[in-house]
Design a protein around this ligand. Structure first.
Ligand SMILES: C=C(O[C@@H]1C=C(C(=O)O)C=C[C@H]1O)C(=O)O
Length: 393
């Protein structure tokens, strides 16, 4: 039995090409690679689903545990945009999983040589630099979005920017994972093909005929002049944040309604408290009708107005125009799928793309007509905290 959240991650023997999806000590970690598929474009979800079905159907499975996450699994990280962007589906050679008190190992045969276990290394000297969209560039983009919204072009748009850190040596992704899981145990700590983070937002879970989602939108952050209770009350009674939240909930609920019976959407959001931010949160759930896999459900739901906007097509056009950067897999669905098409996909937030010694971090905010550009810059700063702190140790 593995006693603490850090321990599932401690099973990872190597510093890069690690796979993880861990929350409160439960989940999956993987390494080695038996297969990979990299779809692109608007058909990427359907292509990933078809490829995985075909692959999983060929596997001769001996599953002695029979829990969600046992048997063959693929880790998934989808591009945010139809263009540009590369999505990744990876089937690991070895998976270690944990659910409740049960811990298991899944291995493809013939088993490869055991990976030599390398100690976790702290990144050496970090130098920060602007990303593709600088802070002043981001402020200007938010200002422009507000003007366009006041002119009635869109109701909500989510704008993000990036920040780069350079280390002296390739970054040990496990160092980030350990720090994120220790500080944000209730978030889903993930790593797929170099995208590493800890997201508080569950796009969709499909399991045993149930569909669930945790929608977040509407954010505040701790400051010295207000208690956490006062901040939470202010967030719940802020018309701006409630409006941002309502768009996100509606977009998710409408997208999954055709695949669900007994859809349950809370009348009021609750406040999710994290060390760096507080969010308005709504847990939506329903009973799955039909056989649409998790990947096909995600295709219908992505991007929700938590990371895109309302109406979606106009918001996506505005994001491409005003951000002018490639989001890559940031804000796209990330997680795992099982051979039966069930699994869990979060929204890849509070994360970074790690490429050797370069770490590209992302953060974004929902913008509505009465957003203040300076506050959105501050909110993005608060959202960079988890990954920056994880890098710095
Ligand atoms: C876009 C991000 O977060 C999203 C935007 C939020 C908001 O605007 O209030 C809150 C949670 C997330 O849905 C991010 O963290 O980068």
């Amino acid at each position: 039995m593995l006693p603490s959240p850090a321990d599932l991650l401690a099973a990872l023997p190597v510093p890069t090409d690690v796979l993880a999806w861990v929350r409160n000590g439960e989940g999956l970690v993987g390494w080695g690679e038996v297969a990979r598929f990299e779809p692109e474009g608007p058909g990427r979800f359907a292509a990933a689903d078809a490829w995985w079905r075909e692959f999983a159907a060929e596997v001769d499975v001996h599953d002695e545990v029979g829990l969600p996450g046992t048997g063959p699994v693929a880790f998934v990280s989808m591009a945010f945009a139809d263009e540009p962007g590369r999505s990744v589906v990876v089937v690991p050679r070895v998976v270690v999983g944990r659910l409740g008190d049960t811990t298991w190992i899944t291995e493809f045969e013939p088993a490869g040589p055991a990976a030599r276990s390398l100690p976790v290394r702290r990144p050496s000297v970090l130098r920060y630099a602007e990303g593709e969209l600088s802070v002043p560039g981001y402020r200007a983009a938010v200002r422009a979005a507000v003007e366009r919204m006041r002119a009635g072009e869109v109701a909500k748009v989510v704008l993000a920017h990036d920040l780069t850190a350079h280390a002296e040596e390739p970054v040990d992704q496990r160092f980030l994972l350990h720090n994120l899981a220790a500080r944000y145990p209730g978030c889903w700590t993930f790593a797929v093909d170099g995208l590493v983070g800890a997201t508080p937002e569950l796009l969709l879970r499909r399991q045993d005929g149930r569909i669930a989602s945790r929608v977040l939108a509407g954010t505040t952050w701790p400051r010295s002049d207000m208690t956490l209770d006062a901040l939470a009350d202010a967030l719940l009674s802020s018309p701006k944040d409630r409006a941002e939240h309502a768009y996100a909930v509606r977009s998710l609920a409408e997208a999954i309604a055709p695949f669900c019976a007994d859809l349950s959407v809370p009348d009021e959001p609750h406040v999710l408290r994290l060390p760096n931010v507080l969010h308005l949160a709504s847990d939506v759930s329903g009973r799955a009708v039909g056989h649409a896999s998790l990947l096909r459900l995600a295709e219908a739901a992505h991007p929700t107005a938590a990371v895109g906007g309302t109406p979606t097509p106009d918001a996506l056009r505005l994001i491409a125009e005003l951000e002018g950067m490639n989001r890559g897999r940031y804000a796209g669905p990330v997680g795992w799928v099982g051979a039966d098409g069930d699994g869990e996909l979060g929204i890849a937030l509070r994360c970074a793309e790690v490429d050797g010694d370069v770490v590209r971090m992302f953060a974004g905010c929902g913008i509505v007509a009465d957003s203040d550009p300076d506050r959105e810059v501050e909110e993005a700063e608060a959202k960079f905290r988890p990954i920056r702190d994880a890098l710095e140790g």
